[in-house]
Structure formats: structure tokens, C-alpha cells
Design a protein around this ligand. Structure first.
Ligand code: ZN
Length: 249
């Protein structure tokens, strides 16, 4: 590890070479490399997260470039996972970036997630989000959820023993909303918060957004926060024996 690269991490209160080494041994799986992923991924890799996985089966489309700033115009038509991995490996060749060119499915989810310490939900659909929630509960993995639409976005962090995404949303059979417009920087802003939560979790720094949903509406700028609790009757996590990972905060 070239310590000089991380000098401005090491200048943070409480952040030591050991903290940086801890990050270098950590693995994070980012599911979705779109608008949120374009913000999350460079910050994780730049900060020195040792292993970053990207689950994404799409190719880059011209309509993505308005907000998915991880890609360049010549990337149009190529695999997003591969294009992202190329860009990120150039940003920090000291760390490993693994493209998983697939969709997350009930068949492959546990096998892919098992290799990582933390999952970041950068998807744009409810089915994948429900799958992340169930798989993280089964495996005892924490995850950082976010969603963006139009001028709005929200973020929260979920831990296996805490409330799950279903406790928060109550959604199991909701219809998939049609794709909406998204103001690019709103996705970037919310993605940056996901990356911040991830780095805090992996280094044991500060408090996490557990049981709290942080909401941003760019049209009425200001943060709103909502608390939520574990629902004992939750169809997903209620009355379940949840494995508890080592505490990180
Ligand atoms: Zn639940």
C-alpha cells in the first residue's frame, strides 16, 4: 500500500495507517452501475477499498451519459461493468475491481454477495432491491440503500439485526414504477452519501444511518429525516433468527 496516495484520509481525525489497512482488506459489492453507482464507485476505489465488485449486465446507452458520469461517449454500446472497471482501475491500480456481468437473480445472489463485507444498492428496480434485502438477511450482511427519482432521493443503512427494507417500505408486490426523469447531480449527491456510509462502516468511523431515512428534495432544498423501526410482524425479517456480524461502529 502506497501510504502517500491516502495522505488526506490519514489527515482525518482518528484515521490511522491501521484504519487505511482495514479498508484495504475490505470488500464492497455495488449492485448497479448507473447514476448512483457512478458516484459511489469512484469514491470507494479512490479511498482505497481493497476489493470492489460491480454487478451490472447493461451496456452504456447515449441516454445514460446525462447522469452516469463514470462513462465516456466512446463507451456507448460496451459493457457498463467492464467500462467502469477499466476507468476505476486507472483511478487506483492498487485495488481490485471485479466486474460481474450479470443481473442479480435468486439463483446467483448468495454466491456473489458472500464474498463481500458490505452491499450497496444502486439499482433502479424493486425486484432487485427485495432480493438484496432477503439475501443480506440470510447472509448477515449490512447494506446501504438509496433511490432517486426526478428531483428527489433518499438513503439509509440497514444492518441484519435492525429493521429491514421491507419494515421500511412494506413493499412486496408493488408495481414497478415507469422510468422517470432524474436530475443528474441528485443521483450524484445521494450516491456520495452511500459512499460515505460505506467508508464509515468499513472503518468503524462515526454513527450510521440505521433506522433513519435521509431525504433530499432539490425543489425544496433541505434534508428531511424519518425514523423507522423493526416491524415484529414483517413478512421478511419478523421472528427470524438473524446472524449478527461483528460490530463496526
Ligand atoms: Zn423487516
Amino acid at each position: 500500500m502506497i501510504v502517500e496516495r491516502y495522505a488526506r484520509n490519514l489527515g482525518l481525525p482518528g484515521w490511522t495507517v491501521e484504519t487505511q489497512r482495514r479498508l484495504a482488506t475490505a470488500g464492497v459489492l455495488v449492485v448497479g452501475a448507473g447514476g448512483l453507482g457512478s458516484a459511489v464507485l469512484p469514491y470507494l476505489v479512490a479511498a482505497g477499498v481493497g476489493r470492489t465488485g460491480i454487478v451490472e449486465d447493461d451496456t452504456v446507452e447515449i441516454t445514460n451519459l446525462q447522469r452516469q458520469v463514470l462513462y465516456d461517449t466512446p463507451d456507448v454500446g460496451t459493457s457498463k461493468a467492464e467500462a467502469a472497471a477499466r476507468r476505476l482501475s486507472a483511478l487506483n491500480p492498487e485495488v481490485t475491481v471485479t466486474p460481474h456481468r450479470t443481473r442479480l437473480t435468486p439463483e446467483n445472489a448468495a454466491g456473489i454477495l458472500a464474498a463481500y463485507d458490505l452491499v450497496i444498492d444502486c439499482t433502479d428496480n424493486l425486484a432487485t432491491r427485495q432480493l438484496i434485502n432477503r439475501t443480506c438477511l440470510e447472509l448477515g450482511k449490512p447494506w446501504v440503500h438509496a433511490a432517486v427519482s426526478e428531483y428527489y432521493g433518499h438513503v439509509t443503512t440497514l444492518r441484519p439485526a435492525g429493521p429491514c427494507w421491507h419494515c421500511l417500505s412494506g413493499m412486496d408486490t408493488a408495481a414497478e414504477p415507469p422510468p422517470s426523469g432524474i436530475l443528474g447531480p441528485v443521483a450524484g449527491l445521494i450516491g456520495c452519501l452511500q459512499a460515505t456510509e460505506a467508508l464509515k462502516y468499513l472503518t468503524g468511523t462515526g454513527r450510521l444511518l440505521v433506522g433513519r431515512l435521509l431525504v433530499w428534495d432539490a425543489l425544496r432544498p433541505g434534508w428531511e429525516e424519518f425514523s423507522y423501526r423493526k416491524n415484529p410482524d414483517c413478512a421478511v425479517c419478523g421472528n427470524r433468527n438473524i446472524p449478527v456480524p461483528p460490530a463496526a461502529d
